[in-house]
Design a protein around this ligand. Sequence first.
Ligand SMILES: Cc1cc2nc3c(=O)[nH]c(=O)nc-3n(C[C@H](O)[C@H](O)[C@H](O)COP(=O)(O)OP(=O)(O)OC[C@H]3O[C@@H](n4cnc5c(N)ncnc54)[C@H](O)[C@@H]3O)c2cc1C
Length: 664
Amino acid sequence: MDTIALIGLGASNALLLVELQKRGLIQNVDVLVFDSSDKEINDKTYCFWARPQEQIVLDLQELIFKSWNSVKVVDRVENLDQMNYYMVESRRLYQEAKSIIAQHANVNFINASIDAVQEVPDKVLLHSNGHGYLVDRIFDSRPGVIDEEIGATVWQSFKGWKIETAAAVFDERTFTLMDFEVAQDGGTQFMYVLPFRDNQAMIELTRFSNELLEDQRAEELLTQYCETLAERYTVVGMEQGTIPMTQDILVDQSHPRRISMGGRRGLIKATTGYAFKAMHEDARAVASTFGDQALSQSRKAPGKFTRFHFYDTLLLILLKFRPSWGKEIFTRLLVSQRASSVFTFLEERSSISWEVSMFARLPILKFLWSVGYLVLFKLRKHAWRFAPLLLTCVATVLQFYFPQHVLPVVGGVLLIMLFTVGIPHGALDAYLEKRSDRLSVFVLKYLGIMALALLVWWVTPVIALVAFIAYSAWHFGQTDLEEWEISSPVLSVVWGLMVMVLLLLPHWDEVLTVLGAIGIDAAKSVPAAPRAFLVMVEVLAFCLAVWQRSWKWLLTATTLLATSVLPLMIAFGVYFVLGHSVVGWRHLKVRQNWSTVQMWKRASPFTLGALLVFAVMLTTARVASLTEYFGTGMVFISALSLPHVVYMSVFYQKNSATLHGPRR
Ligand SMILES: Cc1cc2nc3c(=O)[nH]c(=O)nc-3n(C[C@H](O)[C@H](O)[C@H](O)COP(=O)(O)OP(=O)(O)OC[C@H]3O[C@@H](n4cnc5c(N)ncnc54)[C@H](O)[C@@H]3O)c2cc1C
């Protein structure tokens, strides 16, 4: 029987246990449940909204402590239509989970912290207090690692008082949502009032800010607020907590036996802190494929490319850099929309038309400011990615107004880049992995493969050409898809071939001249492909980019399309040097943890060698035009590329998961 470990008995893993019990799945596995806390206290209250017939309500009926059907927003009281707002006390959930543990001899609770998690062949080894536990799979709910992309993380910090009042002052059917009638203190602050009885309620002060709520200040504000509610009251309970409002939890999905849960899986909605309902849905999803070992591979992290993710990004930017705008934005939202519609939106189930009408009622200029911030941030961060398109635009303008300058100017830039990045990125192959061969043997092997490629060119240029196109397509496709973090060998080959088509077909006459220069006259009889074919490939390139939701792919496809009006040499140079080689260079830099200077130093002997061979080839080749020179250069590059493609292919297979560093 397999052994699984639940690390943490907080909300997500408690909900998982409840779900496994409901489905009768616990009998099939041994379960070890670890938590550093004994989970005896009520450390949180979980609120969520739902319709009474929704699964979460049916499943957790026994655990629900309180529900409300109407809500006070701004200055009106509103019925929640078909919905209720529910509350579950964490202690009750933990009790339920512990009673499930107590009922099963094969389930054990270990009140200890997990110090480290180690992957070993076919198992996971957990270290705790000097003991080791070997298990088949883990469901890990330890706090996740945040790698904030823009600015500092915004925190939702709150302090709640459970109060009892001398008089009956609350309507126990109505809770108060986001009351902004409190000092903002340079952040976005508001109160919740959750009445349990007509003289008992939880009053909760919440702050959205980079700076956490200070205890003393929170008590001052709670005191002031409670005094507006009741003349005499007593504080009988307290709740306090912080939730990171981030979209940048690093969700580790690289290992099928390590399954992230709850907050660690990024299930806490960044702009609200709500997660309970999402965790219940997730527990159901996990339980429904519980026996499936491939489960965690197929479980994708919450979508980064949805429109809701984008809205959240905009709001988070505002909360980070213009926190004082929060009050106006939330108040306008609550004034202009029914609370039940806002809940549907927060649950990411609203329609686009509703969202358009909602944004129209919000301070739209503030959101446009946020869009501007985001665009500038991304442009600055990804400036190098736009370099190929930028150079293409410059070349196109030159071509139009000063055609004689295109080759000297743009070609010159590309030539400099070829010898500073293009060839050096390949020249680092010798340092990629621990070599079993000595450097001299490695160089001999490398030169041997190159010589073989040159021999094939000499004996049978047609086969050499077809092979060159094939391995270039493989290598271009592999590098691009690695960069775009798309794992599909089929797509990689398809894209590589499409790159070759998009580079070569628009320049067919020049391609024939080049081929003629290297002795492939037979190509002259190959007619240019019909224009419709090229258009089809271009459309397909855009469709694939959209399908994969990859703006980087879209950018490359756009650049390739734009280069089709430029000379072949420039088009090829833009893609090969500014696109492909720069990407490859960056992959090496991240994975090998090298500095640029280190890379140049290491690459310099091989780069100089390559320069020398190139110079010899150019001076000895009998060529008449620049395009023909390109032919000679192409043969040289094809020979140089072959060993490089082989070594890089192995490099990508080994290092795919660690190429991008923590930030995507
Ligand atoms: C105070 C508070 C109130 C919230 N209220 C709501 C709400 O009303 N509605 C809502 O939808 N969401 C709410 N949330 C957000 C979210 O639902 C909770 O954060 C939820 O607890 C997340 O569940 P989890 O399982 O990921 O983490 P947790 O519930 O925090 O569970 C993690 C568990 O792992 C244990 N642990 C940590 N490290 C180790 C280790 N090394 N070894 C062993 N055990 C370890 C911890 O002790 C803990 O028990 C609230 C969050 C907070 C902080």
